[in-house]
Design a protein around this ligand. Structure first.
Ligand SMILES: NC(=O)N[C@@H](O)C(=O)O
Ligand code: NI
Length: 162
């Protein structure tokens, strides 16, 4: 069983796996006669393969128990997948770099601070949505289309919080 302690999520640490969606530390430009700050292009949406298109969904998730025990990670080879909390929900993120095998030494666990969202780049191995403390609502942007877009890889992981 791989034992991990979740680290606070940062853009830098998450860079090998995708993007952190957050206004803090991001550039913006004014639009709408200066009334709006556009935090532009915060994450790369990937929709690959046949009949590919971007989907916008809302996930309503029940909270996970901590320590979180996992027996697999999944990946979406044909597209990215973004999760943005709608009510400052915190969630756990367990990831491994793209590739056909998972190297346990390269698996990382993060905890978000409620304001952060994540965008898993296509092929990044990740745990399924794991909200903490209370029911969570997430805006999800991912890929629809033909063919398989979800692979599972067995992996036994136990994630604790500091
Ligand atoms: N299955 C599904 O749409 N959700 C998962 O991909 C997930 O990462 O939660
Ligand atoms: Ni997923």
């Amino acid at each position: 069983m791989l034992e991990l302690t979740a680290e606070p999520l940062t853009r830098e640490a998450f860079a090998p796996f995708g993007d952190v969606i957050d206004t803090r530390g991001a550039d913006f430009f004014p639009i709408n006669a200066g009334r709006t700050k556009r935090y532009h292009d915060l994450a790369k949406v990937e929709t690959l393969g046949e009949e590919a298109r971007a989907l916008i969904s809302i996930f309503v998730s029940q909270p996970v128990e901590v320590p979180l025990t996992l027996d697999f990670l999944e990946r979406h080879p044909q597209g990215s997948q973004a999760f943005v909390p709608l009510h400052e929900e915190r969630f756990l993120v367990v990831v491994a770099p793209p590739g056909d095998q998972i190297d346990p030494a390269r698996v990382r666990a993060f905890v978000t601070d409620g304001r952060q969202g994540v965008n898993y780049r296509a092929g990044t191995w990740h745990a399924i949505q794991s909200v903490l403390e209370r029911e969570g609502e997430f805006l999800v942007v991912d890929r629809g289309g033909a063919g398989n877009n979800c692979d599972e890889h067995p992996l036994a992981v136990r994630v604790t919080l500091d």
